[in-house]
Design a protein around this ligand. Sequence first.
Ligand code: RIB
Length: 295
Amino acid sequence: MTDGRAPVIAVLGSINMDLVTTTDRRPQPGETVLGSGFAMVPGGKGANQAIAVGRSGGQVEFIGAVGGDVFADGLRAVLRDSEVGTARLRSVDGPSGIAAIVVDADGENSIIVVGGANAALTELDDDDLAVIASVDILLCQLEIPVPTVAAAARHARANGTIVVLNPSPARELPPELWADVDVAVVNSGEFTALGAALDPVPHVVVTLGGDGARYRGPDGQELSVPGTAVEVVDTTGAGDTFTGALAVSWDRGPAEALRFACAAGALATTRLGASASIPHRAEINAALGDAHPAP
Ligand code: RIB
């Protein structure tokens, strides 16, 4: 696909400021618990995946929106600092997206996302469409309006761009969108919930948390990659890291791509905060114990 050069990837999706509290255990309904820490860390599934692409060695352009509030500059900066192209990042009136996140002592989280500027991404302009048509892979999630994702996937399919969809958070999707997806990346809960909706998708990758990931290909081929044992601090953004790293390695074939993505995702759980935890290629290679060749 890429003839030895770094894959060029467009990520269409959300960017949020994550408001992260840490606590021994997450509260029950109606309960107040004492927390042990607070941090503001840039996140959002789209931005996390774009940063993961950039740090894994891919060339990446982000299509998204920030608001006109105090968070906007920091959100733009984290993309720029991670070598993510921001020419298609709009500024709109109103608040940026935020996520209220609680992380417990086991590193498990609960997240509420308030879309803010992400909800304003209702139209793709000619420049967005030109980017989507020119890249190797379009990578999308579901924290922006679904019709925008569907329009992008349709345009990508029409122009020979591979479409990778991480359908998270789970939402009702039109069947036409599934018909334009080449690769779906889902967790085990999403896999069960989506059921037959995934049947038209040629490549399905299921993330299994600490147990690694499995793959089902168009010819019925199946394979599994085991998890890596790590000390888990925070699982936030681990799936996004997996997805970005998978996209960068996709042209190496599913076995190698899953292996690279599992190592990247595992490393992301060892630090607090979504974008702050995403590893660089050298760290992933070191964890794999090999010199995963440059893309
Ligand atoms: O997948 C993790 C992300 O989900 C967080 O960064 C948060 O912003 C939400 O979008």
